[in-house]
Design a protein around this ligand. Structure first.
Ligand SMILES: [Zn+2]
Length: 195
């Protein structure tokens, strides 16, 4: 698809409506049900990340009392990315607690403190929100790719059911950019989520 065609498709009013209609709304809940997010429309991309930071954060959050699992058998984290203006926290937002690998990091992983469920990763300077697949329903569109696989554990041999990319591939970055165009290059706050 040419860049122009992609832009028309991403910005076209009809396209956006079809996308929302086809995908409707989904909810993501913490394990105990106190925290609920609602997402609308198609995700930007469904990807699993193998970067060292996601592995480290996954291990740390999994060590919280009674925390549900985050990392898959290969040490990856399964994520579904949405535009920030298509996600809102409809219940229990005050229970979300930010976990950062370093205090100054612009990336925070929000955990529902009621039951230590990791809900989403928020790159606070970005226009997208990265939801943990484990908190979402079965009807989420399937995994499209794995990224940052160069950082995977040395013992891991990945399946080849989807493309495995060593880095944040251009295809992934393009999807992020294409989603930003119809947002007017704004970086909105997520409704109902603590700043
Ligand atoms: Zn909970």
């Amino acid at each position: 698809m040419s860049a122009r065609a992609a832009k028309v498709r991403a910005t076209g009013r009809g396209g956006a409506l079809i996308s929302v209609k086809q995908h409707g709304s989904l909810t993501a809940s913490c394990r105990c049900g106190a925290v609920v997010l609602e997402v609308t429309g198609a995700p930007i991309v469904h990807t699993a990340c193998y970067c060292a930071s996601c592995q480290e954060a996954g291990r740390r959050i999994e060590q919280l009392p009674d925390a549900p699992p985050i990392l898959d058998a290969y040490g990856g984290t399964d994520f579904v990315l949405y535009r920030k203006d298509r996600v809102r926290c409809v219940q229990g937002g005050e229970r979300l607690e930010a976990h950062r690998l370093k205090p100054e990091s612009p990336t925070r992983r929000m955990v529902a403190a009621c039951c230590n469920s990791a809900m989403f990763l928020d790159f606070t300077k970005g226009h997208w929100l990265t939801l943990y697949r484990a908190r979402m329903p079965e009807s989420v569109p399937p995994l499209e790719m794995r990224v940052m696989t160069a950082d995977r554990r040395a013992d891991v041999v990945l399946p080849e059911d989807v493309p495995n990319y060593a880095t944040h591939t251009g295809k992934f970055m393009w999807k992020l950019l294409a989603a930003w165009v119809p947002m007017g290059f704004r970086t909105p706050k997520v409704e109902g989520v603590p700043a």
